[in-house]
Design a protein around this ligand. Sequence first.
Ligand code: NAD
Length: 362
Amino acid sequence: MGCGVIDNFVFGGLPMRVVFGEGALGQLGHEADLLGMRRVLVLCTPEQRVRVEGVAALLGPRVVGIFDQATMHTPVDVTERALSMAIAERIDGIVSVGGGSTIGLGKAIALRTDLPQVAVPTTYAGSEMTPIIGETSNGEKITERSPRVLPETTIYDVAMTLTLPPAVRATSGMNAIAHAVEALYAEERNPVISLMAEAAIAALASALPAIMAAPRDHAARREALYGAWLCGIALGAVGMALHHKLCHMLGGSFDLPHAATHAVILPHAVAYNAPGAPEAMGRIARALGAADAATGLHDLARRLGAPTSLRAIGMREADLERAAALALARPYPNPVPLDAVGIHRLLHNAFFGHAPDGWTTA
Ligand code: NAD
């Protein structure tokens, strides 16, 4: 695999420890000890409570409580309730067991306390690899970067992803791929992250259909989780572009589900960006084993049974106009300048689930 043209770049490695593999969760107590944790608060969503009690048992008497109210988009009032419990119990460490919502809550507590965190991801969202935190209050989501919020240790155990319902697995997988795709044309892209991003897309594009065909295929499960890890690194290492801007806007302003929105938008954002990022498109297509990046992503989403239209995930046609205006305001850096006609067309195609045909063909 060639790595393309090497331009000037900046690379900043993030300090993190990763324990990966089947049975890796057995290391949880040891990893907590390495961070000096004696009074741990375990975090999860209400849905995962029962399961997480089993994980908490691995920590034995180190656990002083389980807070099971983690919520999508990290509302500040939920964080404040968890924080009260953390202070009352004089905790010295956080163990977050869940997807991006639970890991987001752990980060929000760490932002305010600088306590160490162990993350045990159960989806492919990748938040555990990033120094990014998005918090919501009064209906507004504010995102910031801080080294405090990056979990010190992440334990990836395939067993934690076995229970992902197929629909969540598909959308969460497409959400992960989106991080790697945008890393390849990010303003701050660098050759090391690009290597990881291409390998990540290839791993997920091969593993996700294999898991669909054989849900108990552990080799495919490991490959998917490995790919998701690399995607998370890409997200944490370089800035994101149009696709993430659109998804943040659609999630924040129209309350659309996070991972499903990524699955719908990705092929369309890639088609829009294709004229400005030919090298990235070549690498994405190669990783997918497809002739064209956008079409390959659209086909993958369909094969996985992920939603392919905004209409199907709860958006109203009447909101398209406002969405386009919001998309054009305060744009992220992007390889193709934002153009009102092109953005309208992109959102229109995504709304109706049309094939991604790019703005240049308008
Ligand atoms: P999630 O954490 O909201 O989980 C979705 C649902 O799936 C929840 O009900 C959860 O209980 C359930 N679930 C999770 N894992 C499961 C499993 N293995 N088996 C059965 N059910 C399971 O979803 P998500 O997509 O992982 O996270 C989305 C949130 O993460 C958003 O708020 C997003 O903004 C944030 N996020 C942040 C970053 C970052 O870098 N800051 C990165 C990615 C996502």
